[in-house]
Each structure stands twice: as structure tokens, then as C-alpha cells.
Ligand binder design. Structure first.
Ligand code: ZN
Length: 278
């Protein structure tokens, strides 16, 4: 029997899932505008990232990084092999399959490239993407529904020495607790276990095990999903190893959403992955 590689195929679209909802900040939140204003030795003004209209945003690229690193923690906790995806630490490189993979792509031997990518990459490489391969997820920028900005004067700690520098006061702009943002995530050709994996990540964020943005040690960055919806269109099972779930639409407030999505979380907990190979 030919293996079903739908999950990693980019030439067909058999399932689309959409997560949409509202994020509420439960502590101050700060997504920085860049590193150029982070001088620890001057009275720096540290502003939050804003869109062209001056509204604070949580960029999709930030969500992607948070989801990937949180997922990594979950997978390591389950003793499932996973790479960090940072720098040279990605599966194809670690497994020394990089050159072979590139060769198949160059010579347009797509079947072999797909087979090799399946066998020698972790769930995160497949979902979030890696060198020369796009992932299956699209994170949208979160824009405010109702957000208030605040300013706090803090003592900046030198990052290199861990010492308090002289004249080290910094005015830090942040998003006030109780602010709300929209949230949207699209997924393509996702197996049920991958949906359950994403829901597990979202639950970690919701339950306060993960912080978003900067000043984490000062207690910044806790957010909750005030409400969330999930819709799936197309096939309801993707790939040979996937676990059956029949639940195509859920719309709930916070905790109730995660309760209703349990069948997907269970699909993730019960799946036996045949990748990455040693
Ligand atoms: Zn990987």
C-alpha cells in the first residue's frame, strides 16, 4: 500500500481548519518595536510594536515562534523527538539528509523528496516549516479590539553583565491588562492529531504556562483565550496514522472550548508517529 503523505503535500488541498477568537491580556503585555531603542545606558523609551495606524499588534511571526517553542516543550515531555528549528538545529541538517533532499528537489524527483521529508523531520518541521519547505500553518497578526496602552518606568538591567547600569532608567510602554485582540490561525491538510497538538499548545498559553512578548520575569505576557471557534472543512482524517474524530465545528468561551476539543487532544495523545526516523 502506498503511504498517504497528504499532511506534507503542497500540491493538494484536502482540508482547511480555522481557529478564530479573542485574546485577553491578564497581565501587562509588551511586544517590542525593535532592538534599536534598548540601550541600557541611556533614558531609553521602549515602545510597543504598532501598525501603520498606531495600534499595538501581536505579529503572526510572534505567535508562530511561541507555538513552535511551546510545542517543543510538549513533545519533549512526551519523549517525542523534535528539533528547535533555530539556526543549524533542524531535522534535515541533524539527520544529514539536507544534501540528498536538495538534490531531489533540484532534479525534480518529488516523490523521493516527499518520502525523505516525511521520514526525517519532526512534527514541528512538518507543521511550522523548515529550510526550503513551507509549513502548514498561517498565523495572522493580532490587532486590537479594545486595547489600552500604559507606561512604566523601570530599571534596565544590562543583558551582558547582569548588572544595573548607571542612568539605567527606561520608560517601557505596554498593553494594559484587560485589553483584547483578535486571533486567527489557518491550517492546511492537518491530521486530527496535529489539530489536537495545536489545541494543547493553545491550552498551555490559556492556562498561563506560556508568556507572550517581553519582560517575562516581571510577570508580563499572560494572555487568555476569551472565546475561540474551530471549523474544519474537507476530509476529517488525514494520513494512515491519524485517529478518527468527528467534530467539525466548535464555538465556545475560554475553558469550555478546550473541554469540547478534548477528542482532538486525545487523538494527539494516542497517535503513534512513525517519524522522525533515527
Ligand atoms: Zn524538526
Amino acid at each position: 500500500m502506498v503511504k498517504d503523505y497528504t499532511f506534507i503535500r503542497k500540491d493538494i488541498l484536502t482540508r482547511t481548519v480555522i481557529f478564530e477568537g479573542v485574546i485577553e491580556t491578564v497581565s501587562p503585555l509588551r511586544i517590542g518595536a525593535g532592538k534599536n531603542d534598548l540601550s541600557p545606558t541611556s533614558l531609553a523609551r521602549d515602545t510597543v510594536l504598532k501598525d501603520k495606524d498606531g495600534n499595538p499588534v501581536i505579529p503572526g511571526s510572534s505567535w508562530k515562534g511561541i507555538f513552535r517553542s511551546t510545542g517543543e516543550r510538549i513533545l519533549r515531555g512526551k519523549n517525542i523527538e523534535v528539533c528547535t528549528g533555530v539556526g543549524q538545529d533542524y531535522c534535515l541538517k541533524i539527520k544529514r539528509k539536507d544534501d540528498e533532499f536538495q538534490k531531489y528537489l533540484r532534479e525534480n524527483i518529488i516523490d523521493r523528496a516527499v518520502e525523505l521529508f516525511w521520514d526525517y523531520t519532526c512534527l514541528n518541521c512538518k507543521l511550522f516549516g523548515t529550510m526550503s519547505v513551507l509549513g502548514n500553518l498561517r498565523f495572522f497578526d493580532s490587532t486590537p479590539i479594545n486595547a489600552t496602552l500604559g507606561i512604566r518606568t523601570m530599571i534596565a538591567i544590562s543583558r551582558t553583565e547582569g548588572a544595573v547600569a548607571s542612568h539605567a532608567l527606561v520608560t517601557v510602554e505596554f498593553v494594559e491588562p484587560g485589553s483584547t485582540f483578535n486571533f486567527k490561525l489557518l491550517g492546511y491538510n492537518l491530521p486530527n492529531y496535529a489539530i489536537g497538538y495545536l489545541v494543547s499548545i493553545m491550552k498551555m498559553i490559556h492556562d498561563g504556562y506560556v508568556q507572550v512578548g517581553g519582560h517575562k520575569s516581571r510577570g508580563f505576557g499572560f494572555v487568555k483565550f476569551k472565546e475561540l471557534s474551530f471549523t474544519s472543512t474537507g476530509k476529517s482524517k488525514i494520513g494512515d496514522e491519524d485517529v478518527e474524530v468527528n467534530l467539525n465545528s466548535v464555538k465556545e468561551k475560554g475553558d469550555a472550548f478546550f473541554e469540547k476539543m478534548k477528542p482532538y487532544i486525545e487523538a494527539f495523545e494516542h497517535v503513534k508517529l512513525d517519524y522522525p526516523k533515527k
